[in-house]
Design a protein around this ligand. Structure first.
Ligand SMILES: Nc1nc2c(ncn2[C@@H]2O[C@H](COP(=O)(O)OP(=O)(O)O)[C@@H](O)[C@H]2O)c(=O)[nH]1
Ligand SMILES: [Mg+2]
Length: 352
């Protein structure tokens, strides 16, 4: 996961710390000279006179003595520029790459780093910059919300899942059912993707494996009415959560979007959750916007991050989304659902 980004940032750390090490060596040499001969004379003697314009000699001497060096702007800029290009190659979108590099510039340049722990300190600054760029955790605790509704006896907690075909809605519903069941809440799955007969069967198979109930209609039946039946079933059997599947659709398909609006109108879900592939990047951000207009979205679940080799698209979504990220899908097993946490992302890109 995110190997592409990991490599690019690692190259940046190696490059910049190598350069700074060389600077430091030169500084030590100069500092030595300073003790015996006046600087100008020393420089003249060596014929270099190349006083670094970005870091004062005093700072550099202090660096040599105290074992700390200051990251010079002139040193850092070429590496930051390389990083910007590298991020674009990893599919990070232009704005996000710009923002990230600007942050990194602000956080790194003129920072004094220990010459011994230089790599670690540079890595820490990248981690800080990434943290500042990523969307904070949404604060929506889905499990807690469901539990509260259960405690208040206000009927089942209803979640509608929507998004493009093949994104992982049905699989994510199964994962959520597993998670709810694990925390002591009972579920029913509403197999409301009536667009494909196989999709109904897929929900039924998951439900059987998980030992949860499933309400299914026939191929082509009205998805809103199946969800309605599932909610009634949950009420009658005192079940805590209704997980409502839906047929995959593009935001441009008007009739399917109308159908979605009807599902929301009829069933009044507590949460509308968009499920999309992290690798979809900018197009996913666009879909999220459009779906948000049709059915006010409460959150996004990004799937298939386990097969996201580059990571740039996901990073762009995580930096630019206006709808909070709730979970990550990290594989095909029921347990492969991870609560979204920016630190988890940062740990995977720049290990601490
Ligand atoms: N590697 C991986 N595959 C996933 C993940 N989530 C779903 N899938 C696979 O993606 C395919 C489509 O998933 P499905 O749930 O049917 O998508 P839907 O059309 O949105 O309901 C299936 O083969 C799933 O096993 C994930 O997080 N990681
Ligand atoms: Mg499906």
């Amino acid at each position: 996961m995110f190997e592409g980004l990991k490599k690019k940032f690692s190259d940046f750390v190696e490059g910049l710390s190598g350069k700074e090490k060389k600077e430091e060596a030169k500084t030590e040499e100069r500092a030595e000279g300073q003790r015996t001969v006046p600087h100008e004379q020393h420089a003249a003697k060596k014929g270099e006179g190349e006083k670094s314009p970005d870091v004062t000699l005093a700072t550099k001497i202090k660096g040599a003595v105290l074992g700390r060096v200051s990251v010079g702007e002139k040193d850092a800029d070429p590496f930051l520029e390389q990083l910007r290009v590298a991020l674009l190659q990893t599919d990070v979108n232009y704005d996000v790459a710009e923002r990230l590099v600007a942050r990194l510039h602000d956080n790194l340049v003129n920072k004094e780093v220990s010459s011994r722990d230089m790599k670690k300190e540079i890595r820490d600054e990248i981690r800080n910059s990434l943290m500042q760029t990523l969307t904070k955790n949404s604060g929506i605790d889905v499990m807690q919300r469901a539990r509260e509704k259960k405690q208040k006896g206000e009927g089942p907690f209803k979640i509608l899942f929507l998004g493009p075909n093949g994104a992982g809605k049905t699989t994510t519903i199964a994962k959520m059912a597993h998670m709810f069941k694990g925390s002591g809440m009972s579920c029913v799955i509403s197999a409301s993707d009536t667009f494909r007969a196989a999709a109904i069967e897929q929900s039924a198979i998951h439900a059987k494996r998980l030992g949860v109930d499933v309400i299914k209609g026939t191929y082509g039946a009205d998805p809103a009415s199946i969800a309605f039946d599932a909610v009634a079933y949950a009420k009658a059997h005192d079940l805590d959560v209704v997980l409502i599947d839906s047929a995959g659709r593009q935001e441009t398909n008007k009739s399917l979007i109308e159908e979605l609006k009807k599902m929301v109108r009829v069933n009044k879900p507590d949460l509308c959750v968009f499920v999309g592939e992290g690798i979809a990047g900018n197009s996913l951000l666009e879909q999220v916007k459009q779906f948000d207009q049709a059915a006010k979205l409460d959150g996004v679940i990004l799937t298939k991050l386990d097969v996201d080799a580059k990571g740039g698209n996901t990073l762009s979504i995580l930096s630019d989304t206006t709808v909070p990220i709730l979970y990550f899908g990290m594989g095909e097993k029921y347990t492969d659902l991870v609560l979204y946490d920016p630190k988890f992302v940062v740990d995977n890109i720049v290990p601490g």
